[in-house]
Design a protein around this ligand. Structure first.
Ligand SMILES: [Zn+2]
Length: 337
């Protein structure tokens, strides 16, 4: 019988039985930017049973270059990304159950967001959230698929609890603010997310149909230099997350917290970890994007209608908004956590 999934049913590794499994599977996509859009689009067209899409942002004009589920109407009407994604995806496949959640992801809600699903997909743009996903998925024994893109490059790895290395086996600590390039400081081409998100989606389908040969290596691809690398990652013998089961991210210890500064049209973000920022390095990175000034006490950075006041310990006051989720997004964008 010909149906909408015929093309993947005749693919022998999936077949009729695989398709039935796909139609029963439940996945959560955390972050619906470039990767999240492509992953959700692929999975919904493949007939996934249920997809939960979580994102804290509204659709902006700069998203349209690569975030394929959104359009100018969404920007004009200030639609949250997860809602805009759901509306678009429902038109593509009405058989799929789609849940849109407009929320920041933090140590208080991550477990609730992931615990009843079969696989979690990383569509985020920061390591703070990735460590939350890592620890929550390990705790509940749920496979998750790391994905990240920047410039023309990206990487992905499949993490199966108890079997493969986890994110903390690669990176022990959450990288310090300002030390990592972000999409807003280095840009991103619209081609690389297609490649990384397609690898993530394929791994998802493979896990669902029971394929054993998964991607346990860290794959890194640079489309500009035509570089395709696979790095073997060893499981760390004393990994706090996957070996010692000490889920630090879920305790909130490493999580930054934000408070609205009353009457000042500003939000303050304080990292819980002790960090020390080099103003010199941060200035180098930010001066391409906006006005930066610093002295020995603070660095000020102006972009659009916002002003960042950054202290050496990464405490930051963002002027121009009282919305904590906007402030956290800006913090992640420009300071890199
Ligand atoms: Zn580990």
């Amino acid at each position: 019988m010909i149906n909408r999934y015929s093309s993947q049913i005749v693919f022998p590794e999936i077949g009729k039985e695989g398709q039935r499994k796909i139609e029963k599977a439940k996945v959560t996509v955390i972050g619906c930017g470039a990767l999240g859009c492509i992953i959700s689009n692929n999975l919904v067209r493949a007939g996934i049973g249920k997809i939960k899409i979580v994102d804290r942002d509204l659709v902006e004009m700069t998203n349209l270059q690569r975030q394929i589920l959104y359009d100018e109407e969404d920007v004009k009407n200030k639609i949250p990304k997860s809602i805009a994604a759901k509306r678009k995806l429902e038109k593509i496949n009405s058989e799929v159950e789609i849940e849109a959640i407009v929320s920041d992801v933090n140590f208080k809600n991550i477990e609730e967001l992931i615990k009843n699903c079969d696989i979690v997909l990383d569509g985020t743009d920061n390591f703070e959230t990735r460590f939350l996903i890592n620890d929550a998925c390990l705790k509940y024994g749920i496979p998750w698929i790391y994905g990240a893109v920047i410039g023309a490059a990206g990487s992905t790895m499949t993490i199966i609890p108890e079997k493969t290395p986890c994110l903390r086996c690669i990176i022990e600590e959450i990288p310090l603010p300002g030390t990592l390039p972000t999409c807003d400081t280095l840009g991103v081409l619209n081609t690389i997310p297609n490649v990384i998100a397609s690898l993530q989606t394929t791994e998802t389908l493979k896990i669902i149909v029971g394929e054993k040969n998964l991607n346990e290596d860290l794959i890194t691809i640079d489309l500009w230099t035509n570089s395709f690398e696979k790095m073997k990652i060893e499981r760390k013998k004393d990994c706090p997350s996957c070996v010692k089961r000490n889920y630090l991210a879920l305790e909130g210890e490493e999580i930054s917290y934000a408070t609205t500064l009353c009457g000042r049209n500003a939000v303050q973000i304080v990292p819980r970890k002790k960090v020390h920022i080099s103003f010199e390095k941060l200035e180098e990175k930010l001066k391409l994007l906006g006005k930066v000034k610093y002295n020995e006490f603070v660095l000020s950075f102006e972009i659009q209608d916002y002003e960042f006041i950054v202290f050496p310990n990464a405490r930051t006051i963002i002027k121009g908004t009282t919305d904590i989720s906007i402030a956290k997004t800006l913090y992640a964008k420009y300071l890199g956590i």
